[in-house]
Design a protein around this ligand. Structure first.
Ligand SMILES: *Cc1c(COP(=O)(O)O)cnc(C)c1O
Length: 385
């Protein structure tokens, strides 16, 4: 498989030394405008204004397109900017989004607070039930949207099957690959039309820059850049692109350890008497473990677990000494968060319950510390909870 050489692509794709100075790294072109001596030069010019295009962003875009197996990529100021323009560019009057019922909190807000106001219909479906999805698509749709593993229940959805059903109905498929990253899973090769990444998370990997990316076919991305990103001003800062470039180069090395540490922690938690349930796609007990094995190279650094009651949940988080409480993920440090009271707070409790986002669910972004230290931290936190 082509993606097996992803390690080399992560290091080399899109980048070459500057022919003029022989600098190995692309500079941060921290400029808003590009100027010319005369109109002839201007007509031949490649860059005009950073909101439209900038050489540092372009290097990152070439790299991401090659890594993901897409024709073109567009980078944006954040993952939410990427999701917003990627979805909206597919909608025309009376457009309709059919989305998986379990999605990132910010995307859920876009789908509940903004799209309906503009006259677009959004329908939520359990994508684990393919016949239900087929039924829903008979009513017509502009976009099918989903994530896998999904935040925060780690539900895994069959990407090939959903893409096939959507394409039979003539609908464009958009996917958010932030949890898995292109190292663990390559959605464009599994049939989705448009893949989205929050670069803020694993791809930058060091918790120091916001960014997003949309990867897909040439015409789609050219329109997204020329119209949507340019008009909305969704452009990424060149400095952030440079930071993400520095992070992306080691994605394979970091993901291997994230995956290994997450597996070790998942197994430890599964055996712990105070833990009710562990949700990690790499565990044979995960309800969609077989689908995960089919479409993922490895199972990522995210897991969730449930404890008996909310008092224990709060105590566990308060007791942690090394791991921090925080909403982001994919950083080098282990971060925990409480979806019902943090990332998914705006979702009505009844809806949360239906999706399995219980009040006792804790999400962990397993970091790159020594696995023994991570386990010791959770062990002491649980034993005093
Ligand atoms: C963080 C995240 C986003 C949004 O990315 P930002 O860069 O914070 O805007 C979207 N989807 C998922 C799954 C995320 O974890």
């Amino acid at each position: 498989m082509e993606e097996d050489r992803i390690d080399t692509k992560l290091v080399h794709s899109g980048e070459k030394p500057c022919p003029l100075t022989r600098a190995l790294r692309v500079p941060v072109y921290m400029t808003s405008t590009f100027v010319y001596e005369n109109f002839d030069e201007l007509m031949k010019g490649r860059y005009f204004y950073t909101r439209i295009q900038n050489p540092t962003l372009e290097v990152l875009e070439e790299k991401l397109a090659e890594i993901e197996g897409g024709e073109r990529a567009l980078v944006t100021a954040s993952g939410m900017a990427a999701i917003t323009i990627a979805v909206m560019s597919c909608l025309e009057k009376d457009g309709r989004v059919v989305t998986s019922d379990i999605i990132y909190g910010g995307t859920h807000d876009l789908f509940t607070k903004i799209l309906p106001r503009l006259g677009f219909e959004v329908s939520y479906v359990d994508f684990g039930d393919i016949s239900r999805l087929e039924e829903e698509l008979k009513r017509g749709a502009s976009v099918v949207y989903f994530e896998s593993p999904a935040n925060p229940t780690m539900k895994v959805i069959d990407i090939e099957e959903v893409s096939k059903v959507a394409h039979e109905a003539g609908v464009t498929v958009l996917f958010d690959n932030t949890f898995a990253t292109p190292y663990c899973q390559q959605p464009l090769r599994l049939g989705v039309d448009v893949n989205i990444e929050s670069l803020t998370k694993y791809l930058s990997g060091h918790g120091d820059a916001l960014g997003g990316a949309v990867i897909g076919r040439r015409d789609y991305i050219l329109n997204l850049r020329g119209t949507w990103s340019t008009i909305f001003g969704a452009t990424m800062s060149p400095l952030n692109a440079w930071l993400v470039l520095r992070g992306v180069k080691t994605l394979h090395v970091r993901m291997e350890r994230h995956c290994r540490n997450a597996m070790v922690l998942a197994e430890f938690l599964e055996d712990h008497p105070k833990v009710k349930r562990v949700l990690y796609p790499g565990l044979p007990s995960h309800p969609q473990h077989e689908i995960a094995k089919k479409q993922m190279r490895c199972f990522g650094g995210m897991l969730s677990f449930e404890v008996e009651n909310t008092t224990i949940a709060m105590n566990v988080m308060n007791n942690l000494r090394m791991s921090y409480i925080g909403v982001s993920l994919g950083d080098v440090e282990t971060l925990v968060e409480w979806p019902a009271y943090m990332t998914h707070m705006t979702m009505p409790r009844k809806e949360r319950r239906k999706l399995g986002i219980t009040d006792t669910l804790i999400r962990v972004s397993v970091g790159l510390e020594d696995p023994d230290d991570i386990i010791e931290d959770f062990d002491q936190a649980l034993s005093q909870a």
